[in-house]
Each structure stands twice: as C-alpha cells, then as structure tokens.
Design a protein around this ligand. Structure first.
Ligand SMILES: Nc1ncnc2c1ncn2[C@@H]1O[C@H](COP(=O)(O)OP(=O)(O)OP(=O)(O)O)[C@@H](O)[C@H]1O
Ligand SMILES: O=c1ccn([C@@H]2O[C@H](COP(=O)(O)O)[C@@H](O)[C@H]2O)c(=O)[nH]1
Length: 234
C-alpha cells in the first residue's frame, strides 16, 4: 500500500447523476472510502476539482474575462472542499482544508510546511482553490501538490475508467491503455488531463494513475495498491 498519496477528485463526478452540484449520498460514500484507507495508515492529500459548479473555459463563461471566470472556477473548488471536509469529519477523522486563495474565515491558507505537518499527524488535507492562479487547472494543482508533499503517486479519480486513445464519451471506438507514457499522452494530445499537469509529472518523475470514481470501492482499492484504470509512467 502507498504511504502517502495525492488523490485528485473530479468535481464533475461529485455531482453523480444530477450533473450539477453535489450528490450528498455520493460524497458520503467517497468519504467512507477515504476513511477505510486512512485507517490502514495511508497519509492522504486531496485536490478537488470544480467542474460540477463552474469552469473558466465553460460555455457559460464565453463572454467573461478569463481571469474572472477562473476565479469563479477556483471558488467552486472551495465549495467542494468544504463539503468533503464535512463528510470526512462526520466519520470522526481530522481533516483540514488549505486554500491557495486566502479566505481565513473559511479555510487555512496553504503553507507547505504546515500541510506536511498535518499529514504526518494523520490529518487528511484537502487542497482547495487549485493553484490560486488563473489559466491553470486542478489537475495541474494536483501535480504540483503531489510533488510538494512528496507523494508516492498522483491518483486521478474521474468520470472515466482510464486513459483512452480518444475521448471515450465522444468516440465509441476508443480503446483503453493499461499503461501509457507521459510523452505518449502529450504526443497524441489526449485530453484526459491538461498538458501542464502531464509535463509537470513527467519532468518530476511522479507516477500517475487515472481511474473511475463512479464505481464504488475504487478509491479504496487504488490507494490499497490495486492497479485499476491506466498507469502513467516515464
Ligand atoms: N483520451 C481520453 N481518455 C480518457 N478521457 C478523456 C480523453 N480525452 C478526453 N477525456 C475526458 O476527460 C475527462 C476527465 O478529465 P476532466 O479534467 O475533464 O475532468 P475531471 O478532472 O475529472 O473533472 P473536474 O474538472 O470537475 O475535476 C473525462 O470526462 C473524459 O471524457
Ligand atoms: O489552479 C487553478 C485551478 C482551477 N482554476 C479554475 O477552476 C476551474 C475548475 O477547475 P477544474 O480543474 O476544471 O475542475 C477551472 O476550469 C479554472 O477555471 C484555475 O483558474 N486555476
């Protein structure tokens, strides 16, 4: 089993069947899976996306200034982080939200050394507000935080069950890779993750796994060391 992981949770997947917002039953299931592996001694940092509320590049932001839209996107990740913290704490675990955008009344500011201390003390840390900068994504934030906390692996839990030769939601003939290299993702321009996130992992030799969080038990399985979805290596 991994000793320390960075788990990237898809915001979009938190909406479950509803397509928007947070599915209350689903988020409690996710929290329970996290609690299961935490009980086995794994240190867990989480970056949560915001696609269930707002994305800077979404159609509804087409007439907006990109920076303003990205600020809205980052704030949407804070909503998800607070909801997840609440669900985790309901299970009796200690959990801290650290925000890359300062909002003292709501969350701690992100300070790397403090994050490390929380993890060492067995607290689950949720990194909110992405990188704090517009023009980035929460996948890039996940790559960055994975490196900063010296995670063993970056685990991307999303709405598809791995990396395909094309977007499986648009192309029924797409085939899934069990393993793939960073360079092949970049060369084939596969959109499962943005290029900044992929190249950051490649340049810093951070292994990455992409798997579906829609199937119950997958988060616990993957953190326990089971190989699901697609593994990305150098
Ligand atoms: N080659 C591909 N293989 C797998 N998925 C792909 C591929 N190309 C595009 N996708 C799409 O990538 C999406 C997953 O990444 P995306 O960044 O959009 O969402 P997320 O990170 O899971 O959600 P959020 O942004 O809400 O956190 C899936 O919805 C899938 O349809
Ligand atoms: O570092 C970051 C992270 C995110 N954003 C904005 O937030 C939304 C939601 O994040 P997803 O990764 O799409 O879930 C994103 O579309 C950006 O608009 C950001 O600006 N900087």
């Amino acid at each position: 089993m991994y000793k320390r992981v960075l788990l990237k949770l898809s915001g979009e997947a938190l909406a479950a069947g509803a397509g928007f917002g947070i599915d209350a039953i689903f988020i409690h299931k996710v929290a329970a899976e996290i609690a299961t592996v935490h009980a086995l001694g794994c240190q867990i940092g989480i970056v949560v996306g915001g696609g269930n509320f707002f994305r800077g590049v979404a159609q509804q932001a087409i007439d907006m200034d990109r920076v303003a839209a990205d600020h809205m996107g980052m704030l949407s990740t804070v909503i998800n982080a607070i909801a997840l913290q609440d669900a985790i704490e309901k299970l009796g675990l200690f959990c801290r939200v650290m925000s890359a955008i300062e909002m003292h009344q709501v969350a701690e500011p992100y300070i790397r050394r403090r994050a490390m201390r929380h993890l060492e003390k067995g607290r689950i840390v949720i990194f909110a507000a992405g990188t704090g900068n517009p023009f980035f994504s929460t996948d890039t934030a996940a790559s960055l935080r994975a490196m900063e906390i010296k995670a063993d692996i970056l685990l991307k839990a999303t709405s598809v069950d791995g990396i395909y030769s094309a977007d499986p939601k648009k192309d029924a003939t797409a085939t899934r890779y069990e393993t793939i290299t960073y360079n092949d993702i970049l060369r084939q321009d596969l959109k499962v993750m943005d290029t900044t996130a992929v190249s950051l992992c490649r340049d810093n030799k951070m292994p990455m796994m992409v798997f579906s969080m829609r199937e119950e038990g997958n988060i616990a399985r993957v953190i326990s060391g089971e190989k699901l979805g697609s593994l990305v290596t150098a």
